[in-house]
Structure formats: structure tokens, C-alpha cells
Design a protein around this ligand. Structure first.
Ligand code: ADP
Ligand code: MG
Length: 255
């Protein structure tokens, strides 16, 4: 697999009035094309800071982040970001929200319509094209946000606890959807979560971050995502290997 992102010994400090907060420390990992990377760890361990550094929203104090061999120096369309809060325009309709990027890129009206239909179909919101965003449920809004990101054709999608505010049924549905989208579009996904089950069910690779170290302490290769693509109804959560990994990661985080 081609290396898309190289994160090398990255450290980020936040400079408050008299205090320096070390948010992440000596973080290194490579992200390859078509990987579904999950960053798992408790609140405060530095997950969002790492995501923001990869997005280019902040520049590390130490180390560097390379994408396709080039140093990241600011935000770029090639890295799409999906947050828990969707940041959509509530008074605009779904189509206008989804096609914001292609419009800014001066695509033709025909292309814009094709992109819109393709990704609204993928998130199962075709009939909502003309609905105003404020009329939608939380899960639907999150799907619009995902379609909007896909419409920009990013090389990597960065997601920060995107399903954290959703009820558990909607969340399950969204997990299945993102797995399918990842496969269909050959996407590379960097997904931040504090939910062990979510990480185990979605990731092809899990990096565990720990509070205190503010860094990655362990990584795991996982194959559930690939298996669940073949059989979404499979109950992997009951399997010995799933339970074993879950216990191992839990005890790692409790140390
Ligand atoms: P996580 O996403 O894992 O909860 P964060 O990356 O948000 O962790 O935070 C890591 C550490 O940095 C925490 O101690 C947090 O309080 C601190 N932090 C995060 N953002 C800021 C900020 N803008 N200013 C100061 N400290 C921050
Ligand atoms: Mg966070």
C-alpha cells in the first residue's frame, strides 16, 4: 500500500497565558491508501489535536507531517474533515450544502448535478435534495456533512467523533454506512473515537492513545471491517477474538 501521510515525531503544545499544555507528544504513524485508521483513546489524550494537525488547522511545535511527501502547511481540499457538529448552513437546502465545494471549484452545472446525485444516493438522502438542513434529524445532517466532504473528492477523510452525538441505533446505521462508503469510494479514512467497539468494528488499523503520555502507545491490525463488508449482519462482537482485543485495550487504557 502507498504511504499517503507520514506523521513524524509530532508534538503540539498549546500556549496559554502562563501555562504550556502538552497536547500531543512524539506521535509517529504512517497512513496508507485505503486504510481505515481509528485513533482510540479517552477524552483529553490528544486525538482532536492530532486530527487538527493533519488537517493543517495547526502547525506542530515539533516534528512534521507529510502528505504525498510534501509538508502540510495549512488546510487543503485534499483533506476533508467531518466533525461531530456538522457546520452546515441550516437555511440552505441539502443540495446547496453538498455542492459548496464543487461550486467554489467552478465545476459545470452538469458536473455539479452528477456529483450531488452520486453522493446523496450513497448517503441515502436522494429525496431530501431540496429540504432545508434545519428540517433534518441529527443523523441526516451528519449524512449531509459526509456527502459534502465526499463531493470534494478528498484523498483522505478526517473524522472527529462524527457519530458521538447520535443515539445508538442511528450510530449503528451510520457505522455500516461509512464502512460501505469507504469501500465503494476506495477512501482513506482517519477516524477519531473514544468508543472501543466503534474502533474495533470500523478500523483496519487501530492506534491507541493514552492520557498522560499524550501519545500512541500501541497499534493493532484489525480485519472486522473487511469481514463485515461481506456480511454486515455478522455478530463479531460476540467472538472470542473481539472480546479478547477489547479487554486488552481496556486494560491498556486503565494502566
Ligand atoms: P481529545 O480529542 O483526545 O479529547 P484534545 O486534543 O482535545 O484531546 O486535547 C488534548 C489536551 O490539550 C487536553 O489536555 C486539552 O485540555 C488540551 N487542549 C485542547 N485544545 C486546547 C486549546 N485550544 N487550548 C488549550 N488547551 C487545549
Ligand atoms: Mg476530541
Amino acid at each position: 500500500m502507498e504511504t499517503l501521510l507520514k506523521i513524524k515525531n509530532v508534538g503540539v503544545d498549546y500556549d496559554l497565558d502562563d501555562d504550556i499544555i502538552g497536547a500531543i507528544n512524539n506521535v509517529s504513524l504512517d497512513i496508507h491508501e485505503n486504510e481505515f485508521v481509528c485513533i482510540l483513546g479517552p477524552s483529553g489524550c490528544g486525538k482532536s489535536t492530532l486530527l487538527k494537525a493533519i488537517a493543517g488547522f495547526l502547525i506542530p511545535n515539533e516534528g512534521e507531517i507529510l502528505m504525498n511527501g510534501k509538508k502540510i502547511e495549512g488546510p487543503d481540499q485534499s483533506r476533508g474533515v467531518v466533525f461531530q457538529e456538522t457546520n452546515l448552513f441550516p437555511w440552505f437546502d441539502v443540495k446547496k450544502n453538498v455542492t459548496m465545494g464543487p461550486r467554489l471549484a467552478h465545476k459545470s452545472e452538469e458536473e455539479i448535478n452528477l456529483i450531488c446525485d452520486k453522493f446523496l444516493e450513497q448517503v441515502e438522502l436522494e429525496e431530501y435534495k431540496d429540504s432545508k438542513v434545519f428540517e433534518l434529524s441529527g443523523g441526516q445532517k451528519q449524512r449531509v456533512a459526509i456527502a459534502r466532504t465526499l463531493a470534494n473528492n478528498p484523498q483522505v477523510i478526517l473524522m472527529d467523533e462524527p457519530f458521538g452525538a447520535l443515539d445508538s441505533f442511528t450510530r449503528k446505521k451510520m457505522q455500516t454506512m461509512i464502512r460501505t462508503l469507504w469501500e465503494k469510494n476506495n477512501s482513506t479514512i482517519f477516524f477519531v473515537t473514544h468508543d472501543i467497539d466503534e474502533a474495533l468494528l470500523l478500523g483496519t488499523k487501530i492506534y491507541v492513545m493514552r492520557r498522560g503520555e499524550q501519545s500512541i502507545v500501541k497499534d493493532y491490525d484489525i480485519d472486522y471491517t473487511n469481514r463485515l463488508l461481506l456480511n454486515p449482519k455478522e455478530h463479531v462482537v460476540d467472538e472470542k477474538i473481539f472480546i479478547k482485543l477489547k479487554e486488552e485495550i481496556l486494560s491498556l487504557l486503565e494502566e
